[in-house]
Design a protein around this ligand. Structure first.
Ligand code: GAL
Ligand code: CA
Length: 359
């Protein structure tokens, strides 16, 4: 009997030792492997589809023989419910970091709860959750850009064109009749860009007359439709089109083209993003300017932050500071990368930068 008890005790001890050993082994292993689950709100969005290519590129750059990096992308095609399910699947597939481009930036709770339960940090990007949600857990980060800055830059670019004695004020009434094409309602980059672009123009002494504001949800085809209606209402009376992104500015240009307007009757168009098509339109002189939404740097910040979180084996700390210091941000949960102004003089350089980054 006594011998059997001893044997049983020995067995329990062995099992414990085995369990402890395998736990001890697992830690360093998981720190040697980054598996990023990327959830995208809608891959038919031009800027985001180009962003995801950069992100893949950046993650690939950070892999090495002793640090394996992989990434899986899921497209929610505009449905938050679909995205919640996709995040569940990404977690089940073994992702140890999540990069989430929310569909509904006001509704991240389900995703936060899922990730928190498993201790998987989330780097949100491009669609910024509200501050209270970001405070739900210290494993939450945001990488993006400052919407206000893009609006100010767009306003400055527009003011430069108008002041350059160009033909912007075509009816010579001393005012610039303008139209706004706005992104999704409720998106941090829509209303803030509009407000800051308009305020900047006013501060620069430009007298404005707002004709109309159309919502086109970042989308080129929607912008074309909306703009055709606006043109039918104001005909030759539109002198400036401020679009919250390049795709909508290009959609506005498409509308004029479809209606066979001659070049001299066209307003001044300005976009934001510096997508491939946007940059080409700036080079060709169709767009007066755009504001570069630095997807390469944002993608790099996400990838570096992800690596530092995994390598440190915790959700916050030194690694995070290293990234934020580099980008000049003081708050370790948020990383904002700067925008840049693009005109025909420097647009080619931005296209170059893209092709280099993608290679
Ligand atoms: C903005 C970008 C838009 C659109 C949007 C989606 O930052 O300028 O083109 O991609 O994000 O969230
Ligand atoms: Ca005028």
């Amino acid at each position: 009997m006594g011998l059997n008890k001893k044997k049983a005790e020995l067995l329990v001890l062995c099992v414990c030792v085995l369990v402890l050993c395998s736990c001890g082994r697992q830690k360093p292993e998981s720190r040697n492997h980054l598996y990023a689950g990327v959830a995208c709100y809608n891959k038919s969005d031009t800027f985001l589809s180009q962003f995801i290519i950069c992100l893949k590129e950046q993650f690939d750059n950070l892999g090495s023989d002793d640090f394996e990096v992989s990434m899986t992308v899921r497209d929610a095609a505009g449905s938050q419910r679909t995205q919640d399910d996709q995040v569940k699947e990404l977690i089940a597939a073994g992702c140890n970091i999540l990069c989430v481009n929310l569909v509904d930036r006001a509704d991240p709770s389900e995703i936060i709860n899922l990730a928190k339960e498993k201790g998987i940090p989330i780097i949100f990007f491009n669609r910024e959750p509200v501050a209270e949600d970001m405070m739900q857990w210290d494993g939450l980060y945001y990488v993006g850009a400052n919407a206000e800055q893009s609006g100010v830059m767009q306003g400055e670019l527009a003011a430069d064109v108008i002041k350059a004695g160009s033909m912007a004020d075509r009816n010579k009434d001393g005012k610039i009749q303008f139209v706004i094409l706005e992104g999704e309602p409720g998106h941090q980059d829509a209303i803030i860009r509009t407000e800051n672009a308009v305020d900047t123009l006013k501060k620069q002494g430009i007298v404005l007359e707002k004709l109309c504001c159309g919502i086109a949800n970042w989308n080129r085809a929607q912008a074309q439709n909306r703009m055709m209606q606006i043109i039918s209402q104001y005909q030759n009376g539109i002198e400036l089109v401020l679009a919250n992104n390049d795709d909508m500015a290009l959609g506005a240009i498409d509308a004029y083209k479809k209606l066979n307007y001659t070049e001299s009757a066209l307003p001044v168009f300005l976009g934001i993003d510096g997508t491939d098509a946007g940059l080409e339109a700036v080079i060709e002189g169709k767009l007066a300017g755009t504001v570069y939404n630095d997807k390469e740097k944002q993608a790099q910040a996400i990838a570096e932050l992800a690596v530092s979180i995994i390598k440190k084996g915790k959700t916050a700390g030194e690694g995070t500071k290293a990234v934020t210091e580099k980008t000049g941000d003081v708050n370790s949960k948020y990383i904002y990368l700067p925008y840049s102004k693009v005109t025909s003089g420097n647009a080619a350089g931005f296209l170059d930068k893209e092709s280099k980054a993608v290679k």
